[in-house]
Design a protein around this ligand. Structure first.
Ligand SMILES: [Zn+2]
Length: 59
C-alpha cells in the first residue's frame, strides 16, 4: 500500500475510515454515524445542522 493513512494511529484505513475522511476532506462538517454515513443531528434531527459535537448550539 502506498497511500498514507489518515488515521491518528497510522494504521491502514478501513472502509469506514476512508468514507469518514473522504467526507471531511470534501468539507462536510455535519454528523457522521458509526458506519461513516452522513447522519442527522441527534439533537434536532436535521441533516444540515452544523452543531459541532455535543457542545454548541443547533443552527
Ligand atoms: Zn442540530
Amino acid at each position: 500500500m502506498s497511500k498514507k493513512s489518515r488515521r491518528w494511529d497510522g494504521e491502514p484505513e478501513t472502509e469506514k475510515d476512508r468514507k469518514f475522511f473522504d467526507l471531511r476532506e470534501f468539507g462536510y462538517k455535519g454528523w457522521i454515524d458509526e458506519d461513516s454515513n452522513k447522519a442527522a443531528c441527534p439533537f434536532c434531527h436535521q441533516m444540515d445542522c452544523s452543531r459541532q459535537g455535543f457542545a454548541g448550539k443547533c443552527t
